[in-house]
Design a protein around this ligand. Structure first.
Ligand SMILES: *[C@@H]1O[C@H](CO)[C@@H](O)[C@H](O)[C@H]1NC(C)=O
Ligand SMILES: *[C@@H]1O[C@H](CO)[C@@H](O)[C@H](O)[C@H]1NC(C)=O
Length: 273
């Protein structure tokens, strides 16, 4: 019975976490969603909007409310500095009518509305033909993870734009710096030489808590709640569970089940900072 309650509770909690993930909002019309660090495609199709334009010389323009972010005509391309080369429209696709914009290593700051246009050379001047608006939603990563005491643990940084990792111990209200980009590796924390990953070595109960990966603006790229099994609280929960399973006495144990439930509720809450 307690097992059922726990499973139900965990599904409920994990369900709550999944609800705020990008998958549920992907169906919003005219919008595309992704998570930080991933590649996303903003759809665009120009053939039905303009006639008499040759695919090989088609001039496409993508803008956001502030500025032009990307332009391409034939083999010539231009993109705004703040995208640092992360934008592309494959030329073979453009020629066949597909003006979709590929954004690589998506950042929180990329979120917003994008318009696409085809620029047509007229007799006297160029005119812009509007194609469509796409809203890009960018979500941070959230995860609950559990490792054994003494194990090494890999924390994903997700993007080369992650600059800082902060940590809040399970009992603490303070955030402390765990890692900054450019730090030399220590005995405890090691950055992978190529991949965007940190290894936290030889986990101890003190490593239990919340880890936040931040970008240079201090926005959360990822929040991970880590539980270290074999540390004090987890082993208590395990012991209680094991003894319940052994006795199989449901009526006497409902109180402990509630206690475990409330422990889990508090330990699974991820506050927004
Ligand atoms: C259009 O181009 C994008 C980016 O290259 C690609 O992901 C997408 O599948 C293409 N769409 C079609 C209909 O070919
Ligand atoms: C957390 O708090 C509990 C009870 O308040 C205490 O027993 C435990 O030692 C503390 N753990 C850490 C890591 O400070």
């Amino acid at each position: 019975m307690e097992t059922w309650l726990l499973l139900h509770l965990q599904c409920f909690l994990i369900g709550g976490l999944v609800d705020s993930s990008p998958l549920t909002s992907a169906s919003r019309p005219g919008s595309v969603s992704t998570q930080v660090g991933l590649q996303v495609v903003l759809p665009c199709s120009w053939k039905s909007h303009v006639v008499g334009v040759d695919g090989s010389t088609c001039h496409i323009q993508w803008t956001n409310p502030e500025d032009t972010v990307f332009e391409q005509q034939g083999v010539r391309t231009w993109q705004a500095d703040n995208f640092e080369g992360r934008l592309a429209v494959p030329q073979d696709q453009l020629g066949s009518g597909n003006c979709s914009l590929i954004i690589s290593d998506t950042q929180i700051g990329d979120a917003g509305s994008y318009d696409s246009f085809v620029v047509v050379d007229g007799v006297r001047a160029k005119t812009r033909v509007f194609i469509q608006t796409v809203t890009l939603l960018v979500f941070d990563h959230k995860a609950l993870q559990s490792r054994g005491s003494g194990e090494d643990w890999v924390l994903e940084l997700h993007t080369r734009h992650s600059v800082r990792v902060i940590f809040q111990g399970r009992n603490s209200s303070e955030w402390t710096d765990l890692w900054m980009r450019g730090d030399t590796n220590s005995e405890r924390v090691e950055k992978h030489p190529h991949k965007e990953q940190l290894t936290i070595k030889n986990l101890q109960s003190l490593d239990e808590g919340l880890y936040k990966v931040l970008d240079k603006r201090g926005l959360a790229i990822s929040t991970v709640q880590l539980t270290v099994a074999g540390s004090s609280k987890s082993s208590q929960v395990e012991q209680v569970l094991q003894s319940r399973m052994a006795t199989g006495d449901a009526s006497k144990s409902s109180c402990s089940a509630l206690l475990i439930a409330s422990l889990l509720v508090t330990s699974f809450q991820i506050p927004h900072v």
